[in-house]
Design a protein around this ligand. Structure first.
Ligand code: ADP
Ligand code: MG
Length: 623
């Protein structure tokens, strides 16, 4: 078949243009990317030949070879990995499959300097080859295939693909180095780069020059080495490799368990939040190996969902090499490993919970970790200790212990209010009475809070209590000293008449009408009745179409508010009942608006408001 010329996907062309003009100081990372791909390819082949032994034909032991040619100024990275078919070459090296790279492109500014620093952050995988080359040729033969293919490109808009010869299964990437990039054929320089970025790889990396061939890495998988042998640089380099990440890990946990359960694990907590943390089809970040052989990167059983931000590897000595997907499900060995790992990881996070960086960790992963409060009863206590909350009194997240330490005399519950938006929450009328007493309230802004709080119920002996549900039990809590003198008391029974009238008018639209002791400034608010679903949860369920009804709520009236006082004064007036009924409806709608709800009948609301305004402005009532 003749050579065929194909265009790059538009995004790739854009990317390559930037990469080619990069004044990037860490150009050497291209080698890390290519070696990482080669090592992935070897891992995948090893696993494939375990499950499909017939594919082993024509394959070689896992190995990566760097071949330099000083005269031609070429550097070849050859591997004995799984190889690529023609379609895979086109797809993998002509489009952007990695969503991370797509996101990288979204963030590009056009400003060379800024864009360069983005390259540093995201990494550009295979395309990094064009940072140092003016031409790249890839020859690949896939396991199980007889035909090899050659992919060639100068990185300018298109690539060619043609039939090729290759005796063995695997891939060779040949870089035609640009003027000025001569250093990447120098053995000493290559050794230095490999040692810096790729020493952790458990596959031998050889350097072959005209005169000699030598292995230039230690070729022992990093997680199998003892802790004292691993330098911080190696630990970070391995993280970047295994997580395909470019940030520094925030924490790492290295386990080498021996005895009845034999496994090792090297797990990392990233310092940056992966963008797909909440995508349903996100990739799993922890790879499973069995005796150094890569098995899968899609084993959901290795770590629980609420630790899905972890990256790294688990290597078991007890599972059989030809373990199947079905065997991995509810496998008792994996269950034990997982349970040990959860303890270790939570322990490590707890150790770091006093550090300054913990707030960032919590911002990144707190909403995920809190899922554990819902799912993992065994670790409630630890997770509650780790949890941090913003409150009405503190913009910096605080622990529950801190909260309890600051509780007011007489306060016996941990007060919470939930809603999506922190600013909106802070303006909630339901908070007024608590604020007046100096009582701190936790702001629950993550959807998951709606689920774990009812499940966990308590921290120590302190019950969580929503300020938007049930009666406010503020009476027991001591007043703050700076409280204004108590208002004169209303004659008993006055408000009762107004409440009766409101109930009559509003009928089924409210569950009850009550005098409020949680309001100080606002006239009215809505709360859920004790035992009913909290309002925020109901809203959330409605958004997700799990629920279609709106529950009737309790309308609370603030007897100290001038509007309510005025209404109380008019209850006995003859002929006032129509305007009082309008007032009841207007105030209910006002309370709904404050809850961020949509009004069931906005036109009626507008009509009533117009009527009141017209009267207030001295005009005639609108008909
Ligand atoms: P990533 O490694 O993050 O997937 P890359 O741009 O580095 O992104 O590589 C793109 C894809 O090309 C890889 O996912 C892999 O499928 C394929 N690939 C690259 N290099 C090799 C190789 N040496 N052997 C087999 N496949 C490769
Ligand atoms: Mg890669």
């Amino acid at each position: 078949m003749a050579e065929e010329k194909l265009p790059f996907q538009a995004e790739v062309s854009r990317l390559l243009e930037i990469v080619a003009h990069a004044l990037y100081s860490d150009k050497e990372v291209f080698l890390r990317e290519l070696i990482s791909n080669a090592s992935d390819a070897c891992d995948r082949l090893r696993y494939l030949t375990v499950t499909e032994p017939e594919l082993a034909k024509g394959t070689q032991p896992a190995k990566i070879t760097l071949i330099t040619d000083t005269k031609q100024r070429t550097l070849e990275i050859a591997d004995t990995g799984i190889g690529m078919s023609r379609e895979e070459l086109v797809e993998n090296l002509g489009t952007i499959a990695r969503s991370g790279t797509g996101r990288f492109l979204d963030q590009l500014t056009g400003d060379a300097k800024q864009d360069m620093s983005l390259i540093g952050q995201f990494g550009v995988g295979f395309y990094a080859a064009f940072m140092v080359s003016d031409k790249v040729a890839v020859v690949s033969r896939k396991a199980g295939h007889d035909q090899a293919w050659r992919w060639v490109s100068d990185g300018k808009g298109a690539f060619t693909i043609a039939e090729a010869e290759r005796d063995e299964i695997g891939t060779s990437v040949t870089l035609h180095l640009r003027d000025g990039e001569h250093e990447f054929v120098e053995p000493e320089r290559l050794k230095q780069i490999v040692q810096r970025y790729s020493d952790h790889i458990g596959i031998p990396i050889a350097l072959k020059t005209k005169d000699a061939e030598e292995t230039i890495n230690s070729a022992a998988a990093l997680w199998t080495r003892s802790k004292s042998e691993i330098t911080p640089e190696q630990l970070t380099a391995f993280y970047k490799h295994v997580a395909h990440a470019n940030d520094e890990p925030w924490a790492s946990v290295h386990v080498r368990a021996e005895g009845t359960l034999e496994y090792s694990a090297l797990l990392y907590v990233p310092s940056q939040k992966p963008f797909d943390l909440f995508h349903p089809d996100r990739k799993h970040g922890v790879k499973l190996y069995v005796r150094r052989v890569f098995i899968t990167d899609d084993c959901k059983e290795l770590v629980p969902g609420y630790l899905r931000f972890l990256r790294g590897v688990v290597d078991s000595s007890d599972l059989p090499l030809n373990v199947s997907r079905e065997m991995l499900q509810s496998n008792p060995l994996l269950t034990k490993i997982r349970s040990n790992l959860v303890k270790r990881v939570l322990g490590e996070i707890e150790k770091k919970s006093g550090e300054e960086s913990y707030a960032t960790f919590w911002d990144n992963f707190g909403p995920v970790l809190k899922e554990g409060l819902y799912e993992d009863v065994e670790h409630h206590d630890t997770l509650l200790k780790l949890a941090r909350f913003r409150t009405t009194a503190s913009d910096a997240p605080i622990s529950l212990e801190t909260y309890v330490g600051r509780m007011k005399p007489g306060q016996d519950a941990i007060y919470t209010i939930s809603g999506e938006d922190q600013q909106q929450l802070l303006a909630s009328p339901q908070l007024e009475g608590y604020r007046a007493k100096g009582v701190e309230v936790l702001l629950l802004t993550d959807p998951i809070d709606e689920f774990w709080v009812p499940m966990v119920q308590k921290f120590g002996d302190k019950q969580f209590r929503s300020v938007t549900r049930g009666a406010a039990d503020l009476g027991k809590i001591a007043d703050t000293d700076d409280k204004q003198p108590a208002e004169e008391k209303l004659p008993d029974g006055e408000i009762a008449k107004l409440i009766a009238l409101f109930k009559l008018t509003l009928g089924d639209e409210v569950k009850d009408v009550r005098e409020s002791n949680r309001l100080t400034d606002s006239a009215v608010c809505l709360v859920a009745d004790e035992g009913d679903m909290d309002m925020r949860l109901e809203k959330l369920l409605r958004q997700h179409k799990q629920l279609d009804k709106v529950s009737a709520r309790v309308l609370e009236l603030n007897p100290r508010h001038p509007v309510i006082r005025c209404l109380i004064g008019r209850v006995a007036e003859p002929g006032a009942s129509d305007s009082l009924a309008d007032a009841a409806r207007l105030l209910l709608d006002q309370a709904r608006i404050l809850e961020g709800e949509t009004l069931p009948d906005p036109r009626a609301f507008a009509r009533r408001l117009d009527g009141v305004l017209a009267k207030g402005m001295g005009g005639a009532a609108v008909a």
